[in-house]
Design a protein around this ligand. Structure first.
Ligand SMILES: [Zn+2]
Length: 353
């Protein structure tokens, strides 16, 4: 029985992930690996828009960033499939297991085409959530399993992606260890999820999403948009890499892109918005199931909105989301400021521009 008969969520997904009371979602077996449920169209829209506005392709930066963080993520994943054992065996089977993970997270379906231990890996990915990102993910996994550097290349073939990774050099340990990430302190929250009595996953999960693990696809019911589960650390390292390669304006650019998108999505619904403090808080509630953080308080005064979100997964995207709501509610442009989340929370200030 792959899906829960009561709520329709894949059993592996609810057993491998935990939702806590502070607006976070993480791998059950390794709580240091925080995850987030992202709108895949939003993610690709951000990556494409950055490339457009900066005027240079960003694929290579995406591959590099995902490759670096991929090892850490895969170490956590591999620890669940008998890590050391799997790594010692290092057979195509490890990659088949990885393919199951990929599908469960909604990243697409992957198949091993050819494999030689410590040497090369060739695969086909159907419905990849993002070609450069999955190439980086799988290359990072290859480096984690083989303890070798990997050189990755990929081509799109219709709906599929042909990917090949060749080992270069010897031990990749030194290079891989350079990746480090210090998570900010966690601020406790008091969210309570109503749980499915059968699988113990949040009931809202099955209410909000359609899952097709065979196809590696998750869709949000309300919008019809494709959705993916991504590691927060890999997301931050991806955006961090873009910032260090392309410049300091990247976080503000990301905020602006997300603000425009959210404004459009909300405006398209054409409904009256409740832009009271309660309205903002209700809007922020949607971030909890997604593991994006915990909206704890909103203050309105003289047309200015101040919102505090604890444990934000990525501050510019939280700020952009709130900015989009503000603009849809007021019909005008917003000036958006936010504070750094290294304290465990971010404070977003919105006022008419
Ligand atoms: Zn269930």
């Amino acid at each position: 029985m792959r899906y829960c008969q009561r709520c329709g969520v894949p059993r592996i997904l609810t057993s491998e992930h935990s939702w806590d009371s502070s607006g976070m979602l993480f791998l059950t077996r390794d709580p240091t690996h925080r995850m987030v449920i992202l709108d895949n169209e939003a993610l690709n829209h951000i990556l494409d828009s950055i490339a457009d506005r900066i005027g240079i392709p960003v694929e290579q930066i995406i591959v590099e960033a995902k490759r670096k963080s991929g090892k850490h993520f895969m170490n956590a994943v591999l620890s669940g499939i008998k890590g050391t054992f799997a790594r010692n065996l290092a057979s195509a089977k490890v990659y088949q297991q990885l393919a199951h993970q990929t599908a469960m997270l909604g990243l697409g379906t992957a198949q091993v085409v050819a494999y030689k231990r410590h040497s090369f890996l060739e695969g086909m990915i159907t419905d990849a959530y993002n070609p450069a990102a999955i190439a980086g993910d799988i290359c990072g996994a290859f480096e984690s399993v083989e303890h070798r550097f990997g050189e990755v290349s990929y081509q799109t073939e219709g709906n599929s992606l042909r990917l090949s990774i060749t080992a270069s050099g010897s031990d990749a340990e030194e290079y891989l260890d350079r990746f480090s990430y210090e998570p900010p302190p966690v601020i406790d929250g008091r969210n309570i999820f109503e749980l499915c009595p059968l699988c113990r996953g949040p009931k809202d999960l099955g209410r909000s999403y359609d899952f097709d693990i065979e196809a590696g696809l998750i869709h949000e019911k309300k919008t019809g948009h494709r959705t993916v589960l991504v590691g927060v650390m890999t997301l931050k390292s991806l955006f961090g890499e873009l910032e260090s390669e392309l410049g300091e304006e990247i976080p503000r650019l990301i905020m602006g892109i997300e603000k425009e998108r959210v404004r459009g999505v909300i405006a398209a619904k054409g409904r009256d918005l409740d832009s009271s403090e309660e309205g903002y808080l209700r809007f922020l509630k949607t971030t909890r199931l997604k593991g994006m953080g915990n909206g704890v308080c909103v203050e309105l005064a003289d047309g200015t909105v101040k919102a505090r979100v604890d444990n934000p997964y990525f501050e510019p995207l939280i700020a952009g989301m709130l900015g989009g709501f503000f603009e849809a509610a007021t019909g005008g442009d917003a000036e958006v400021e936010w504070t750094d989340g290294s304290t465990g929370f971010t404070e977003v200030t919105l006022r008419p521009a």
